[in-house]
Structure formats: structure tokens, C-alpha cells
Design a protein around this ligand. Structure first.
Ligand code: TRP
Ligand code: ZN
Length: 549
């Protein structure tokens, strides 16, 4: 599948055949990210509006526990692109999600226990929750009332929740989780969100997926730890984030307990149910890995009918076998791997056509695993996100460059390491190959707008911006900046202005003009003579940096 409507993409293909492969890979089949993002935004809204709301429970506006200064929490965290994502007035510490899923009916039955701290005196508060039916809500053990709109679940506890106090909310719910349909062209739609393959489930999407399967403060600014207690038919495997604590069989069903102890943005939470060959092992560094590959992938040839053709499964297995090596590579350039477990998931589902950096355990479309180089490269991309996007999450979606620019740049670094083209060559191919009047240069990478959140340019011009920084400050300071960013903000959130300030502090250089040109201008940046000089291909010296801290 090829899209032809994106001129910049055509240019990319013309200038560097290797890049076009990269370009296509992210969505598996040459799907336009821009279109996907627009469609995602529109469709999420549509789906919500289309969801008939059964306003369950008594809706009351009265402030339980009332009294001075007890006010409702805000219905959003104030994200400029997605004003109703997340909620104000509290901070979640932990989600305990007990869910049972029945593949034949697609039904999910859940009990979400949400442990949070009030950050203001709360008369009521919101959760984000889309579709599904709420059966009951308790706050601190007492029945609470609630009302709903398409996206917001407003909970009014019996008593007001004082600022600084912890409270526990238990929501019982059930129903068939909606799947987001991303329209990528006429008659061409792919799925994201809570996906229902015949034999199980896949949960993957961004910027919003969590609200379609559990009540949540659905914005990366409110990270929490997670425990997943998942019941599924005994013949299936369940794979989530973090560590498998145990599983028990009871009759025809089995319950799995997964724990993700490190703070995690809600869109990175995943549960996958299906037929998987699972592989638990330690990297040579001692990191616990858990990989899950659908066995059917080993029967499916990548190429046309040819008994000698490799299979998606074979290529994925080989790329997964390099994860330890790839993590070493990234650790040397960024900092210590930020989590206590790792791994990856590949399901055999034709309409899963993207990869996502689900924390500790990315999900990959099988279509990435068509050649060893493509497979390795997407693994590098998703593992790079574990630092850029997961450990250091976005404070607001407009800072998306901090995720995709760096994950893409990691692919360039890897390509250089593998002898498949230097970062400079990737940069040059794009710079020389894409004319100044191409829409590629019009995208303002530092604030692309919700519709272009995952545009082509965010990735490629994003990586070019990273490379421009490296040219400007030199390799040594460049890797110092990456190290400082990923350690100082580990487990937290970041913004582009914070990154710029850090880069200036570490390098001692004034970088306003550079970032203005590369991130905040909708036109092709001029190359300065100094910056145009080739970076040396010499490897960074991160060990000194590691020792200093
Ligand atoms: N962030 C993903 C990656 O680059 C790709 C992606 C963009 C995506 N938008 C998405 C995945 C929407 C799922 C849904 O690895
Ligand atoms: Zn990415």
C-alpha cells in the first residue's frame, strides 16, 4: 500500500530509498501520519458523540461534605490540544485494574481501584471514561453518585475530599470497549485503541486509549503505577506492562497478575490477550525481558509464495534477540535504561498497522518485520521511546517533538552504527531532497497542532532538528544534554522550553536562534556554514558522564 498524496513523502522517497522504507514502516503500510492524526482526533470525538449515554446513577450537583472552598475539580488538565483530556484537583498514585475479558462476546468486566491524592478541596471530581456502563462507584468505601457526558465521568463523593488527603475510588463497570477507527484514505481504515481480534484483545493507541477501557485521569502529566489482574480463557496468554507476578487457573479461565511499578502515562498502559509464544529471559546486563510473539507469525512468509522466504515471526524473533544489544547501544548514548523490565509484543492481526512504545513492552505490527534491518530499526525506535516519551513523558501533547524527534534520531544513530548510512547522510538526503516549497517545511515541529501531531515532518524534520543541535554544540555536549535530560527528568515530564534551557546550560551556548529555526518556523531553515560542517563519526564518550553523577 502506498499513498501518493503527500508531496513531502514523495520527495523523501526520491532522495533516499532507505528513508522511504523508514517512512513506511512506522505505520506498516505507508500510511500518512497526518491523516491518521486528523482522523484520530475527529473519530475519537465522533465515537464519543455517537456513544449513547445511559446516565447511570443519581446526578447531583451538590457538594458532598461542602463547606468553604470545596469545589469541583476541573474537567481537563489544560492541554492546549486536548482540553478535556485528564482532570484537575487530584493526582493518581496507583491503578489496580481487575478486568475479565471474553473474546467471543468482546465484553469486558472491570473493577478499577484508583488511589489518588486531592490537590485541592474537592466537592467532586472527574474521570475520563468513554463508552462502557458504570455499575457502581465508591469513594473511600462509601457509595458515590455520578453523572456522565461522552468523555467525562463526574463523581460526587458523600464527603468532600480535603486537599492533601488520599482517597480511593472503586468503579465497577462492563461493556464492549470501543475500537478507534483511523481513516487513512478512501475505503482504508485501520484500528487503534481497544482492538478485538477474534481470539483476544490488543490495547494500543495515542494520544488517548486508556479511557476506552478504564476510568482514568487520561493525560501523561498524571503518571501512576499499575497493577493488572486480568482474567481470560485458560488457553490464552495475557501480556501487559511490567512484570508477571503470577497466574492461577480456575476452571476454564486463568487470572494473570502483572505489575508495572514505575510511574507510567495512561496511554502507555496495555493488556494483550491471545495466542503467544512467550519468552522470559535476562539480558546479559541482568534485565528481565518478556517477549510475546504470536505463533502464527512463523507460518506467514514475508514475501510472495516462496518456501525460502523468511517469516514475520522469524524476523521479529531475530530483532527481539538484539534487544539487549540495542539497549546497550541506547544506554551508551542516553543513560541507564529507566525501567526494571523489558520486552516486546507482536500479535498476528492484519489491521494492526503501527508500533507503539507501550511502557517496558512495546507493541509492534508484524508488517515492520519484513527485513532484519527494518525490524531492528523499529525496535530501536520503540526502545528509544522508553527514555524519550515514557520515562520522560510529555507535559503537554504539543511537545511531541520530544518523543518522535528523538526516537527517529535514535534510528539514525543505529543506522550509522550498523553501517547503513550516517545520521549526517540521513540529514543531507532530506535537506537536499526536499525543496523549500514542500509542505514538509511548513510544519512547525515545536507546536504542530493536534492534526499534525504525528505528521511525517514531526518525525523526520524532528530528527533533523536533533541533528542540527548536535552539529551546533558538538558531539560531546550533545550526548551530555541527552544524558542530563533523561536522568534529571526520569520518571517525570518535560516541555520543549525546558529542553532548550537544559541544552543551553549544558553547552553554555545561546541556542534560541537554532531552535527558533528548527522547531518554531514553518519554512526550510538555512544551513549555517559552521553547522554545515560534518559531525565527526566518532562515538560519544558517555562513560565519563555516567561517572560524574
Ligand atoms: N508513536 C508511535 C511510534 O512512533 C506511532 C503512532 C503515532 C501511533 N500515532 C499513533 C500508534 C496512534 C498508535 C496510534 O512509535
Ligand atoms: Zn515514535
Amino acid at each position: 500500500m502506498r499513498t501518493t498524496r503527500n508531496p513531502s513523502r514523495e520527495s523523501v522517497q526520491r532522495v533516499h530509498s532507505g528513508l522511504s522504507v523508514h517512512r513506511q514502516r512506522r505505520w506498516g503500510l505507508g500510511i500518512r501520519r497526518a491523516r491518521a492524526a486528523v482522523a484520530a482526533a475527529v473519530l475519537v470525538a465522533m465515537t464519543l458523540l455517537g456513544t449513547a449515554l445511559a446516565p447511570a446513577g443519581a446526578s447531583t450537583g451538590s457538594a458532598g461534605g461542602g463547606g468553604g472552598g470545596f469545589r469541583p475539580g476541573a474537567p481537563g488538565v489544560g492541554d492546549a490540544y486536548f482540553p478535556n483530556y485528564g482532570n484537575g484537583g487530584y493526582d493518581v498514585r496507583h491503578y489496580l485494574l481487575k478486568v475479565a475479558y471474553d473474546p467471543p462476546t468482546d465484553r469486558l468486566t472491570g473493577v478499577a481501584t484508583i488511589s489518588a491524592t486531592a490537590t485541592q478541596n474537592l466537592s467532586r471530581f472527574n474521570l475520563d471514561f468513554v463508552g462502557l456502563t458504570v455499575r457502581s462507584i465508591k469513594v473511600n468505601g462509601r457509595a458515590a453518585s455520578w453523572s456522565r457526558t461522552a468523555h467525562e465521568l463526574m463523581v460526587t463523593p458523600r464527603h468532600g475530599l480535603p486537599k492533601g488527603h488520599r482517597f480511593t475510588t472503586v468503579v465497577r463497570y462492563d461493556g464492549v470497549p470501543i475500537t478507534q477507527q483511523l481513516v487513512l484514505g478512501p475505503g482504508f481504515t485501520i484500528e487503534a485503541g481497544f482492538i478485538h481480534p477474534d481470539d483476544g484483545a490488543i490495547v494500543a493507541g495515542q494520544p488517548e486509549v486508556a479511557a476506552s477501557w478504564f476510568p482514568v485521569n487520561d493525560h501523561p502529566i498524571d503518571k501512576a503505577s499499575y497493577t493488572f489482574v486480568v482474567t481470560a480463557p485458560a488457553g490464552l496468554q495475557v501480556v501487559a506492562n511490567g512484570r508477571l507476578l503470577g497466574r492461577t487457573r480456575h476452571g476454564a479461565k486463568r487470572t494473570w497478575v502483572w505489575n508495572a511499578p514505575e510511574p507510567m502515562a495512561s496511554y502507555l498502559a496495555t493488556v494483550n490477550i491471545g495466542q503467544f509464544d512467550t519468552h522470559r529471559y535476562r539480558t546479559h546486563d541482568g534485565l528481565w525481558m518478556y517477549d510475546a510473539l504470536d505463533p502464527d507469525l512463523f507460518d506467514e512468509a514475508v514475501g510472495p509464495v516462496d518456501p525460502a522466504s523468511p517469516t514475520f515471526g522469524g524476523i521479529a524473533r531475530d530483532s527481539f534477540a538484539r534487544q539487549g544489544e540495542i539497549l546497550d547501544f541506547l544506554e551508551q548514548r542516553f543513560s541507564r535504561y529507566p525501567f526494571s523490565t523489558g520486552g516486546g509484543i507482536v500479535d498476528d492481526y492484519d489491521n494492526l498497522q503501527f508500533a507503539l512504545e507501550t511502557q517496558t513492552r512495546p507493541i509492534y505490527s508484524k508488517y515492520f518485520f519484513t527485513t532484519p534491518a527494518n525490524g531492528d530499526s523499529v525496535v530501536v525506535h520503540e526502545l528509544a521511546h522508553q527514555w524519550f516519551g515514557d520515562s520522560v513523558a510529555l507535559a503537554e501533547w504539543k511537545h511531541i517533538w520530544l518523543n518522535e524527534g528523538f526516537a527517529q534520531y535514535a534510528e539514525w544513530l543505529w543506522s550509522e552504527e550498523e553501517g547503513l548510512g550516517t545520521a549526517q547522510e540521513q540529514f543531507d538526503a532530506l535537506y537536499n531532497g526536499i525543496p523549500a516549497d514542500d509542505p514538509f517545511w511548513q510544519v512547525v515541529i515545536g507546536d504542530p497542532g493536534p492534526e499534525l501531531l504525528f505528521d511525517n515532518a514531526v518525525y523526520f524534520r524532528g530528527a533533523m532538528a536533533v541533528h542540527a543541535l548536535r552539529l551546533e554544540v558538538g558531539g560531546r555536549d550533545f550526548f551530555r544534554i541527552l544524558h542530563a535530560w533523561t536522568t534529571r527528568r526520569a520518571s517525570g515530564n518535560g516541555t520543549i522550553p525546558q529542553f532548550i534551557r537544559l541544552a543551553e546550560r549544558v553547552s553554555g551556548e545561546q541556542l534560541d536562534d537554532l531552535f527558533q529555526a528548527w522547531l518554531f518556523t514553518g519554512s526550510k531553515p538555512a544551513l549555517e556554514t559552521a553547522a554545515a560542517a560534518r559531525v565527526s563519526a566518532s562515538p560519544p564518550a558517555p562513560s565519563m558522564e555516567l561517572m560524574r553523577r
